[in-house]
Design a protein. Structure first.
Length: 228
């Protein structure tokens, strides 16, 4: 999870866990820092100065998804799997600080807590009014997590994480960001999972492992009991 931080300007205390904290902040959603909510740029708070404008921007995730939600479900419900699934719970301030300090142009950053990867991407697509396209085969999901999701009927795209984030960066900086993430202990399994395009139908679309296409939308109901 992300540690509490303060915006540089204006000085706004950021809570460590809130479903949509920007609703009570002076910054509207399109200009809020949003930890753990969305971070559409430009932002008066962190001032990266790299507007989210689509047309080829790429999306990277810092590691495998779904572990935390499945680990919590296993403990709560007394489930046992062939291998122990441990939570990915970890502070993200270190890896975020590393990316900021590197001077890389960051369009947007978002942690993947409640609602998982899918909900974060849908939120970004709706706020930015851009389309997001992701590749299922590129999304890192451990085999034990994938198997648990199949048994329980869950979609790992919507399973909560507590140590994962996505970063949207210009395509020309993708290799630099990828190498920086892989060099960090919390980004060893980083992957480039998709890209952003301009489209009036600003939704999230995933190309499946079989080559078909699927619209990724908001989850109806809760796959798992609330974690935070």
């Amino acid at each position: 999870m992300l540690s509490p931080i303060r915006c540089i300007s204006p000085s706004i205390p950021i809570p460590p866990c809130d479903i949509e904290p920007w609703r009570s902040w002076p910054c509207p959603p399109s200009r809020s820092v949003g930890f753990p909510s969305t971070v559409p740029f430009p932002s008066p708070c962190l001032g990266f100065g790299a507007p989210l404008n689509g047309a080829g921007d790429v999306i990277l995730v810092n590691g495998d998804i779904g572990r935390h939600g499945i680990a919590i479900m296993a403990v709560r419900e007394g489930l046992e799997f062939e291998s122990a699934i441990e939570s990915d719970c970890a502070p993200l301030n270190g890896i975020v600080g590393m990316l900021i300090a590197s001077g890389i142009k960051i369009r947007c950053m978002r942690d993947l807590t409640r609602g998982g990867l899918a909900s974060a991407l849908v939120e970004i697509a709706e706020v930015s009014r851009l389309q997001i396209q992701i590749e299922q085969v590129n999304i890192p999901v451990r085999e034990d997590v994938k198997g648990a999701c199949e048994i329980l009927g869950f979609d790992p795209l919507y399973v909560a994480n507590e140590g994962k984030l996505i970063a949207i960066v210009p395509a020309e900086d993708a290799d630099t960001v990828f190498a920086a993430l892989r060099a960090h202990p919390q980004g060893r399994d980083a992957a480039l999972i998709g890209h952003v395009t301009r489209d009036p139908d600003h939704f999230v679309q995933m190309r499946t492992g079989l080559g078909g296409r699927r619209v990724v939308d908001w989850l109806t109901g809760d796959q798992l009991p609330r974690i935070c």
